[in-house]
Design a binder for this molecule. Structure first.
Ligand code: TXA
Ligand code: MG
Length: 349
């Protein structure tokens, strides 16, 4: 299959309209969102949705998020929305918040991995919203990476993973958030966050009061049967082996210096991803800055791209300096710990 690569210019351009029509008719179209690039298919077309799993090499028990452009599109998909869910919708849509609700019969089983619930979100990205509107159908879209690879935050990452496997890629520049949306289950009380993301637990609590964190978020290892089925796979992972290094800055820097020099002696190519301030202060070798230690949003927008760059450099090992699990830092550390498969080093202990 030939993949058509479109650099977005206008929602009225012939190639954009062509892609939207193809999406409606059952073809796969990768598009930007504010979080990561999505691989879209018509959510109501079982065959189209099935082809997502094939293109990504994704297990088919892993349900997809259905993307909508306005609230009119939500109505036919879900039933029994509680007032708290409506409050979250009015506070954070469009935005990086996915809400799990009871599904209606029009949503095919393949879209929800056989569950009786459906995950829905309205992305905060002009191109995504225009594409969905033009297609005129809700759009099922997982992240547009091959299964197991880091999520794509640039169109070229999608091209690397899916060239020849999908019909269109729409290049809308880099994604601003950089980690996937928060997934919150609103079918039960209290609400449960199944995956941390751009909308923090504090932001949710401000609107609806108490919210729980699913145990898969609190544990570093993948749990066997998480409530968001996608969280059970080794995920977001580069080819290199990833380690999280945590502790106070002096201890972390000391541990990293030692590890790098040991690895060099044994011919292991290792790369450090750490805070810019610390790289400078401690003069770390083989280190790349993921941003400032005081700016988790900056780390979020860089981390997946850096994982891919480490692979390109041929790294065998990646050591990532931990950041505080506050605000969007919770989501960033969740992705890094998943990539590390639970390998967390406490420096200085
Ligand atoms: O930011 C995002 O959410 C991106 C962009 C493209 O919108 N999409 C994304 O999709 O990250 P995906 O498929 O990579 O992750 C969807 C997550 C998975 O962990 C999946 O198990 C969970 O949402 N999920 C989907 N439907 C669910 C449901 N009905 N119940 C529980 N978890 C669900
Ligand atoms: Mg994904």
């Amino acid at each position: 299959m030939q993949t058509k690569y479109i650099v977005f210019t206008s929602e009225n351009s012939p190639e954009f309209i062509e892609a939207a029509m193809a999406l409606r008719e059952g073809r796969l179209v990768a598009f930007p969102t504010e979080t990561v690039y999505g691989l879209g298919a018509n959510a109501l077309d079982s065959d189209a949705v099935r082809s997502i799993y094939t293109a990504k090499g994704r297990p088919s028990d892993n349900p997809l998020i259905v993307h909508i452009a306005d609230l009119e599109m939500l109505k036919p998909l879900v039933t029994g929305i509680k007032p708290d869910a409506l409050k979250l919708i009015s506070a954070y849509w469009p935005g990086p918040l996915t809400i799990i609700l009871k599904k209606t019969g029009i949503v095919p089983d393949v879209t929800t991995g056989g569950l009786d619930t459906v995950a829905v979100r309205m992305p905060d990205n002009f191109i995504a919203l225009e594409l969905i509107k033009r297609a005129g159908v809700p759009v099922a879209a997982p992240s547009a990476n091959r299964s197991g690879k880091p999520s794509p935050t640039m169109a070229k990452h999608v091209l690397e993973d899916l060239n020849g496997r999908i019909s269109y890629i729409i290049d809308g520049g880099p994604c601003k958030v950089g980690v996937e949306s928060t997934v919150v289950d609103m079918t039960d009380e209290p609400a449960v966050i199944l995956r941390p993301g751009g909308i923090t637990p504090e932001m949710i609590e401000r609107v609806i009061g108490r919210v729980e964190l699913d145990k898969s978020i609190l544990e570093r290892k993948a749990v066997e049967r998480p409530r968001a089925p996608g969280m059970k796979y080794r995920h977001y992972a580069p080819k290199a082996e990833v380690f999280v290094v945590s502790g106070n800055c002096d201890d972390v820097a000391g541990w990293l210096k030692n590890a790098i020099s040991e690895d060099e002696k044994s011919g292991i190519k290792s790369v450090i991803l750490a805070a810019g301030e610390h790289i400078q202060e401690y003069g770390l070798n083989n280190a790349v800055s993921y941003g400032s230690i005081n700016n988790a949003s900056e780390v979020a927008s860089n981390i997946f791209r850096l994982f891919r760059e480490c692979d390109r450099m041929g790294a065998d090992k990646i050591y990532v300096e931990a950041i505080p699990k506050e605000g969007i830092g919770l989501a960033v550390m969740n992705r890094i710990e998943k990539a590390a498969g639970g390998k967390v080093i406490q420096a200085g202990k």
